[in-house]
Design a protein around this ligand. Structure first.
Ligand code: FE
Ligand code: FE
Ligand code: ZN
Length: 303
């Protein structure tokens, strides 16, 4: 089976899914993930069926298995919140997002479980479970993938046991899955260089078949730092060889691998991140060979 590799891509106002597929192809990828609007807000435009159909057609002409494509929910919705207004807003938004996924023919929706703020992890997890059960009263084939988190601030879902508690509490297990993130696992304290041990623990406690997506990111910080700052492939504390071993792990073969690494600045003095790294990172991954000139190659290509 071919490697299923892609990245986060944009979903623009004018081209919507068609634009996302074009961007995917420009990176030499065969899968992708997108937000249905800006990740940091909940303003969402209506889905244009025409652009969706054109996108689906272009995807199938380019060997993209659309059944594996991922939507990511905005990270500001917080099911864990003990503030009922915020909690209820998250439920309402998530139901609408599932309907948008249906319109886009998307099966898998990634969700950050949420932050308990000061309510404590037990109450946070209870709020997440109740919220998901309410969301799942709307019947759908869309599966919500709980992402494993770095444990920054008061994030819930920072280890396998917390993710297991959430899944155990959900009534309809067909509606729930897991999304791993290599940077988050590292920052949460897992040694990702022994990835089979992590997968064994997931399998024992939850079932490896629940893992439907993996985010491939290097990390700017050391193991257990609880920071959640992604780094470009090979330039962080996880390193190229370890990431390659995870990407090519046989047990993850049919799972989409999604890069969420940071854009690159135009030069060393600039702050604004202008250039996507994905074409070049995907190249390194396909060749299983590190490019020691990664940042310069990206700058030269896009300038
Ligand atoms: Fe995420
Ligand atoms: Fe992620
Ligand atoms: Zn992250």
């Amino acid at each position: 089976m071919d490697l299923i590799i892609g990245s986060h891509v944009s979903f623009s106002k004018n081209e919507q899914l068609l634009g996302s597929v074009k961007e995917t192809i420009s990176y030499g990828a065969n899968t992708f993930m997108f937000y249905t609007g800006a990740p940091q807000n909940t303003n969402r435009l209506p889905i244009d069926d025409n652009l969706t159909n054109q996108g689906l057609e272009l995807a199938s002409e380019n060997n993209i298995d659309y059944s594996k494509v991922i939507v990511h929910a905005p990270y500001i919705i917080n099911l864990a919140s003990d503030d009922s207004e915020k909690h209820n807003f998250a439920i309402k938004f998530l139901k609408e997002e599932i309907k948008r996924c249906e319109k886009l023919k998307i099966k898998n929706l990634v969700l950050h479980p949420g932050s308990h703020v000061k309510a404590g992890v037990d109450i946070g997890i209870e709020n997440i479970i109740n919220g998901l059960n309410e969301v799942f009263e709307y019947d759908s084939d869309v599966v919500v993938l709980i992402e494993t988190m770095a444990g920054k601030g008061s994030e819930c879902g920072k280890n396998i046991d917390e993710v297991k508690r959430i899944i155990d509490g959900v009534n309809n297990k067909n509606r729930i899955g897991i999304c791993l993130d290599t940077c988050h696992l590292n920052d949460a304290g897992y040694d990702v260089s022994n990835f089979d041990d992590i997968l064994d623990e997931f399998d024992r406690k939850i079932g490896i078949e629940k893992i439907k997506c993996i985010h491939i990111n290097d990390s700017k910080n050391i193991i257990g730092s609880h920071k959640d700052r992604h780094e470009n492939i090979g330039l962080g504390t996880i390193g190229f060889d370890t990431l390659i071993n995870i990407i090519y792990n046989k047990r993850l073969e049919d799972i989409p691998k999604i890069l969420e690494t940071p854009y690159v600045t135009r030069n060393d003095d600039e702050k604004e991140r202008a250039y996507p790294p994905y074409k070049f990172e995907i190249d390194m991954i396909k060749n299983k060979k590190i490019n020691n000139n990664l940042i310069e190659d990206i700058r030269n290509y896009y300038k």
